[in-house]
Design a protein around this ligand. Structure first.
Ligand SMILES: Nc1ncnc2c1ncn2[C@@H]1O[C@H](COP(=O)(O)OP(=O)(O)OP(=O)(O)O)[C@@H](O)[C@H]1O
Length: 316
């Protein structure tokens, strides 16, 4: 179990010695139960990577404690080499040895005498779909391929806690879905706890048991993913997943303000009258932007609608 208690952190000011007055992370407390996958979401600059850096020991907290199964994980002031044997981190700028092969990178920390070493490397390269590149020098790989090697390398030593920072940001869409399915299946099978900083709702909705939302260095919500997605408390949280219509009380006979994703509204023969502003092709449907005075509404619809057209909206 990973536990953070009242952790705060500020980067040192430009002058060097004094800590800046603005906190990068303030009063972070969280609990991650064993074998759980938790996503950390939030706008750019809210502190997601810094949080992972702190947990891994790349930075030193100003206040608070970080523990794993009750044992304190000490920060950067206490060791030269960050990390802990049970924990692996794949940061955004992953660290590989460019002039050695994919297999050598994945097996870098595995003992040469280890029984089944080759099989282990092979198995991990299958998880990240890099088996055919086993003997390729890392410097000849694309960014997405390197990212997959970095993930395999992190898994090699059987971590109990895996920290991933935007793990699929360099991977093309074609592979991303398969890679996500394989990686999270492996993580669950091996009972690895996982904390993943991401902007991508696809990492969150299908694969994260729980979601932590950060804003300006603080955690503003932390719940089971399904609950957080379907009952967002603020427009900030809802907007991390999709376009969102803020529906004031009364518009659809609702007693209080509602936050609705586009799939919750429909175009019908009667309802709230508004005008089409724009239709955006989304593949299997169109996202229609509608407006009535100051009220903007987002609705999914099966076909293109012309700007200026009058439509009536109701809740599905
Ligand atoms: N080395 C540093 N020195 C000073 N400030 C930093 C440093 N690294 C990050 N910051 C600042 O700390 C804040 C948090 O940065 P962080 O990288 O943790 O955000 P993030 O949520 O991971 O962003 P993104 O989603 O864009 O990766 C930002 O305001 C950033 O500018």
């Amino acid at each position: 179990m990973l536990q953070l208690d009242n952790v705060s952190f500020s980067f040192a000011g430009d002058e060097g010695s004094d800590r800046s007055t603005t906190r990068t992370l303030s009063d972070i407390s969280l609990l991650l139960e064993p074998d759980r996958v938790a996503a950390v979401m939030g706008e750019s600059g809210c502190g997601k990577s810094t949080l992972l850096d702190l947990i891994y020991g790349l930075q030193q907290a100003d206040h608070g404690t970080i523990t794993w199964k009750g044992e304190e994980l000490l920060g950067a002031d206490h060791h030269l080499v960050p990390g802990h044997p049970m924990m692996k981190y794949v940061p955004q700028e992953f660290d590989l040895m460019p002039f050695t092969t994919v297999a050598e990178n994945v097996g870098e920390h595995l003992s040469i005498q280890m029984k089944g070493r080759e099989d282990r490397i092979k198995q991990l390269l299958e998880v990240v779909e890099m088996s055919t590149y086993v003997d390729r020098k890392v410097k000849t790989l694309s960014g997405g391929q390197k990212q997959r090697v970095a993930i395999a390398k992190a898994l090699a030593e059987e971590p109990k806690l895996l920290l991933l920072d935007e793990p699929f940001s360099h991977v093309d869409n074609f592979r991303k879905n398969m890679l996500r399915r394989r990686l999270f299946a492996y993580v669950k099978e091996q009972k690895i706890s996982c904390l993943i900083a991401t902007h991508d709702k696809n990492d969150v909705l299908s694969f994260s048991d729980e979601t932590i939302v950060m804003r300006q260095g603080a955690i503003i919500d932390h719940r089971e993913t399904k609950s957080l997605y379907s009952k967002p408390k603020t427009i900030y949280v809802a907007s991390l997943f999709d376009d969102v219509t803020v529906v004031p009380a009364g518009i659809f006979g609702n007693q209080e303000e509602l936050l609705l994703y586009p799939h919750r509204l429909q175009i019908s023969n009667k309802g709230y009258k508004s005008t089409v502003i724009q239709s955006y092709f989304k593949g299997g449907f169109y996202l229609i932007e509608c407006q009535d005075k100051d009220q903007v509404l987002w609705v999914n619809h099966g076909s293109y609608l012309k700007p200026g057209e009058t439509v009536f909206l109701s809740i599905r």
